[in-house]
Design a binder for this molecule. Structure first.
Ligand SMILES: N[C@@H](CC=O)C(=O)O
Length: 330
């Protein structure tokens, strides 16, 4: 039995209608794309209501409904974890309770939003309780396995993740944490990954930025994923990881250098990450449009055109080019 942290979770996008309502039909269709791939089902799981699913701009009732649909579609085929973020701790706890009532395998926790003291200026190493108190409140309410989405105002090399001292302190304090999403660039990832390996219990190293999966597989700092890159690159990503599993380095390198790493590098621009996930998933034909709820911005045509070219170069199927300009107009 795999540990819940050793699963490759897709941070699932949420399609909207042109008037920015949750597109339930398109969402079901999209979930079936993941669930219809036996290779994904064998190693994967779904993270519902992550940042990529625009959790910050959903009401509690919408989060519950989105998760309800996902649980119906998944029917136990893969593990499901659910995001619990909300603006107040009371609502975070209620959202975690909603997730438990719907039967999730675990919760996906993100630090608080709002005032600079707890977001962009938060000194997590000195004041880990800003987040750990909120995680503990959820833990007391639902007692489920926890996977973290560690983000903070940390300095390099940990930007935009949680620095290493806070990471270790929070993992030690909360035994239900089973996986740490590695929200870091290369150097921060290596420091935090090695620190997690030193903990007295297993906390899985869950890769996020697929633009470095090759390096992390090569150095055995890769237990699972919590990544939005699955939204558009699943087939090639599976080819790449399967080749690593077989220790077929030539095949892994061929996929990686055959366009996948260039595609991921472009998407991995931290200031446009979730915009680009949605554009890429739309260009693949997985969702009907790339619309996001404001204040998330509309994509620029140059991003659409660039991602379109990179998807094709990586050998991934795409929609007809004629549809790629019309689609972004509301
Ligand atoms: N931050 C993202 C995933 C990144 O790959 C999310 O939580 O949706």
């Amino acid at each position: 039995m795999r540990s819940l942290g050793d699963v490759c979770y897709a941070a699932v996008l949420l399609p909207f209608t042109p008037d920015l309502k949750v597109d339930e039909y398109a969402f079901r269709h999209y979930l079936r794309y993941f669930l219809g791939d036996p290779r994904f089902v064998a190693r994967g799981g779904l993270c519902i209501n992550p940042e990529a699913g625009e959790i910050f701009y959903l009401t509690r009732a919408e989060k519950r409904r989105v998760l309800e649909i996902a649980m119906e579609e998944v029917g136990g085929k893969v593990p499901v974890i659910a995001g619990t973020w909300a603006l107040t701790t009371d609502e975070v706890v209620d959202t975690a309770r909603d997730a438990k009532a719907l039967g999730v395998d675990g919760i996906f926790v993100t630090p608080p939003g709002g005032a600079q003291d707890i977001t962009s200026c938060w000194d997590a190493d000195n004041y880990p309780e800003v987040w750990s108190d909120q995680i503990k409140a959820q833990d007391r309410a639902v007692d489920l396995p926890i996977i973290t989405h560690p983000v903070s105002g940390s300095a390099a090399p940990f930007t935009p993740g949680l620095p290493v001292a806070a990471t270790v302190a929070i993992c030690k304090e909360i035994p239900n944490i089973v996986g740490w999403k590695m929200t870091y660039g290369y150097d921060g990832y290596r420091i935090v990954g090695k620190a997690l390996r030193q903990l007295p219990r297993r906390v899985s190293v869950m890769a996020a930025l697929a633009s470095r999966f090759h390096e992390y597989r090569a150095t055995d700092l890769f237990d699972g994923t919590l990544s939005g890159f699955w939204n558009y690159g699943m087939e090639s990503m599976l080819d790449h990881l399967d080749a690593w599993d077989r220790r077929d380095i030539d095949a892994a390198c061929a996929v990686w250098q055959g366009g996948l790493s260039q595609l991921h590098e472009y998407v991995a621009d931290m200031g446009r990450l979730h915009v680009r996930y949605k554009v890429a998933a739309w260009l693949r034909g997985h969702i009907p449009n790339p619309f996001m709820r404001p204040p998330m911005p509309a994509p620029r045509q140059i991003e659409i055109d660039t991602i379109y070219g990179l998807l094709k170069a990586a050998g991934l199927s795409v929609i007809d080019q004629k549809e790629t300009a019309l689609g972004v107009r509301r």
